[in-house]
Every structure is written in C-alpha cells, then in structure tokens.
Design a protein around this ligand. Structure first.
Ligand SMILES: Cc1cc2nc3c(=O)[nH]c(=O)nc-3n(C[C@H](O)[C@H](O)[C@H](O)COP(=O)(O)OP(=O)(O)OC[C@H]3O[C@@H](n4cnc5c(N)ncnc54)[C@H](O)[C@@H]3O)c2cc1C
Length: 261
C-alpha cells in the first residue's frame, strides 16, 4: 500500500503574530515545529504501513527549513520525503497550496491513502486536506478517529463529530484527515534519528511537478485577506460568598442578567 502523509512546519507558539502591512503570519525569529496534528497523521500512516505493509512518503510545501520537519517524520518511521520548495509557490492560499501538493502527490504516484492533520496551528482553516482530494478527484473523510480495517480496496473508519460518531466504508484511493483521538504519536527511536540524519530529502521545484503555474503563488490565489485583528478578551469576575442556597440564587440572577438563562 502506498501512503502519503502531508505535513506542514508551523511556528512553535500559540501566539501567532500577524504582519499588519502584509496580513501574513510573522515566521521570522520563531522556532518551527511539525504542526502538532500532523504528528498524529504521521503516526497513523506509519501504523498503517506496519499493519498492512507498504511505503510511507511525507510531503510538505514550504521554505528550505521545512526539511527539518520531514527529517523528524523519517525519524518516526516514514520511508521517503519530498519538499515542494520554490519562490513560485510563495504567497499561496489554501486552494493554491492544495493544488501544489496535489501535483506533488501525482508525481509520487500510485497512492492509496493520503493522510493529513485536521488543521494547522497557524492557518487552521482545515481546508487543505479536502482541497487536495478535490484536485485529485478522490473521496475524502475528515476527522477520522479510528481506522478499523482496509481490505479489498475499501477502508472502514470512524469519524468523530461534535455530538456523534459516523462509521464509514470508502473506496480507495482516499484522503483522510485525522483527529488527535486516533493515536498516541511515538517518540522517535535512536535508530530512527540516525536514519533521518542521513536520509535524502527530495526537493521538487515548480518545473518538477508539471503543474499550471497560474494556479499557485499569489497570482493563483483567489483569497484576499482584507483585515486581521486580535480580539482582546476582558477577564471580569465577581466573587460571592455565603450559604449554598443563597449562592445558587445569586448565580441564577447573574446568568439571567447576561441572558444565559
Ligand atoms: C492570501 C494568502 C496568502 C498566504 N501567503 C502565505 C505565504 O506567503 N507563506 C506561507 O507560508 N503561507 C501563506 N499563507 C498561508 C497558507 O495559505 C496556508 O498556510 C496553507 O494554505 C495551509 O493552510 P492552513 O494552515 O489553514 O492548513 P489547514 O487546512 O488547516 O491544514 C490541514 C492539513 O493539511 C496539510 N497541510 C497544510 N498545509 C500544508 C503544507 N504547506 N504542506 C503540507 N501539508 C500541508 C497538513 O496535513 C495539515 O494538518 C497565505 C494564506 C493566504 C490566505
């Protein structure tokens, strides 16, 4: 089975800063890590290989530094890695990013399952996975929390939704996005880390993926960020003391005042 896992390198912070001029995320001077949800995607891809056999290839579109994220994936058990890296990709929105990734995945070829994280820590749109599936014209399942079986070209899995689960059977090839409930990512072994250090990362530029250049970069991106702002949450509190019965009344009055009950 050929498994592709999509990983993105993101700033190692929950306090994402936006450049007020360009409306883009400030990445300079911030340590980068594998997007946390993508660790679950890597782990699941490696587990699928261990259960059903096959090869796992990690793919990322990003700057040269993203090579580090791909080496970390190899340390966890991924077999090969591709970095899609070209100034022509810069400024891509989710539609353009997913197009570039789909061209890279087509070049890898013969894929059965593509695994993505549910969303990223920085952009966090959750759109890239389903959009890759759209470009490749294959089905997709989001928020997968368990893969039960794969046989006769069909995957059986569970989706975790807000208030219920969904059981699905879908024909391969398929793209799935995974939630953190699916597994516990492993800590890389020393052997894995040594392998990652020596591994060759394939760097593919725009010319290598045979895509239509008008579909990526800033010009190929239909999204225009009009404005970005930070909502400042006021932490207001009110402390009440007294007998339990009295406290319940006070709480209900307070909740009525703010329209909750
Ligand atoms: C107008 C505009 C301009 C932008 N310009 C830039 C820019 O110049 N530089 C820049 O870095 N970003 C830029 N971005 C952000 C960029 O579009 C997003 O980071 C990217 O499309 C991923 O979207 P997301 O973070 O919401 O991913 P999500 O959709 O939340 O990601 C879901 C999953 O898809 C996969 N995935 C997502 N992105 C990648 C990737 N790059 N490689 C491999 N797998 C991936 C991962 O498995 C991830 O867990 C721009 C966005 C907009 C709207």
């Amino acid at each position: 089975m050929n498994i592709v896992v999509c990983i993105k390198q993101v700033p190692d912070t929950f306090e994402v800063k936006i450049d007020p001029e360009t409306k883009r995320i400030v990445r300079e001077g911030v340590e980068s890590i594998i997007n946390p949800y993508d660790n679950y995607a890597i782990e699941e891809a490696v587990r699928l290989k261990e259960r059903f056999g096959g090869v796992v290839t990690a793919i990322s579109m990003g700057p040269p530094q993203a090579e580090k994220a791909l080496r970390d994936a190899i340390a966890m058990g991924v077999d090969g890695a591709v970095l899609l890296c070209d100034m022509k990709f810069a400024g891509s929105d989710t539609l353009a990013t997913s197009y570039v990734l789909s061209c890279g995945i087509k070049k890898i070829g013969n894929f059965d399952i593509i695994v993505c994280g549910r969303e990223t820590l920085d952009g966090s749109t959750g759109q890239v996975g389903p959009e890759i599936a759209y470009h490749l014209n294959i089905p997709y399942v989001t928020y997968v929390s368990k893969i039960h079986n794969i046989s006769n070209g069909i995957i059986e899995c569970t989706r975790l939704l807000e208030d219920h689960y969904e059981e699905l059977k879908v024909r391969l090839p398929v793209l799935i996005t995974v939630v953190k409930e699916i597994n516990q990512p492993r800590i890389p072994s020393l052997k894995g880390m040594m392998k990652a250090k020596k591994a060759q990362i394939n760097i593919w530029k725009s010319d290598d993926i045979e895509g239509d250049t008008s579909y990526y970069g800033q010009d190929g991106s239909p999204t225009r960020v009009v404005d970005v702002w930070t909502e400042h949450m006021k932490k207001e509190g009110k402390k009440v003391a007294g007998e339990t019965e009295h406290l319940v009344e006070v709480l209900v009055d307070e909740l009525k005042k703010v329209g909750v009950v």
